[in-house]
Design a protein around this ligand. Sequence first.
Ligand code: SAM
Length: 222
Amino acid sequence: DQSEKWTEIDHYFSTNLHASDPIMDSVRKANAEANLPAIDVSPNQGKLLYLLATLKGAKNILEIGTLGGYSSIWLARALPNDGKLITLESNDQHAKVAHENIKNAGLDGKVEILVGAALDTLPTLEPKGFSDFDLIFIDADKPNIPHYVKWALKLSRPGAVIIVDNVVRKGHVIDDNSEDLGVQGIRQMVDWLSEEPRIDSTAIQTVGTKGYDGFVLGVVKE
Ligand code: SAM
């Protein structure tokens, strides 16, 4: 079975390349104990987010879709002392677990969770002084993805990195008759990106512990 092999190989790389990580282990344990769905990024994907934020030298990060804060913690680890990550989550229970995990990771000074539907909290960011993000990670409800990328462009500074997770949907993304609202959302985003000259983008398919999926990587032009 291919997926067993993908999982084994993911495990091989994560255990060898970022072996002992008691904080990340305890986040995953806390999320499981709180019965959060296991839909966070994998350890290798989390490390990729951390490395992208490091490469970018990101100081202001926006995340849409917090869950238990697993990816938030990976991203926030890349921040300098005066850096900030704002993460948006609609589910109170998820936000509570994330808050606890972020505190235990010693990152509560750098991370702020805004609770509410992202389409309601996004318009509040700029008035609160949160804008000019240099990395934006979109990982919430898929039907709203087209709105989220438009907000990402509006709230980012030139050179910003935009990452959109789960854009392959086991291959369903190429089904133009799909009734899945998530697939439709992704396809609308792709159509929009194809006509948006201010963002340069590509998409990478992935396999691993999370099965077959992929992400869009974009850069806001200078
Ligand atoms: N980024 C997280 C990680 O890797 O650890 C995983 C996020 S999970 C895939 C998606 C999250 O988005 C869930 O916690 C869900 O409650 C949240 N969500 C769903 N719809 C939302 C909305 N309209 N606004 C904000 N958050 C939403």
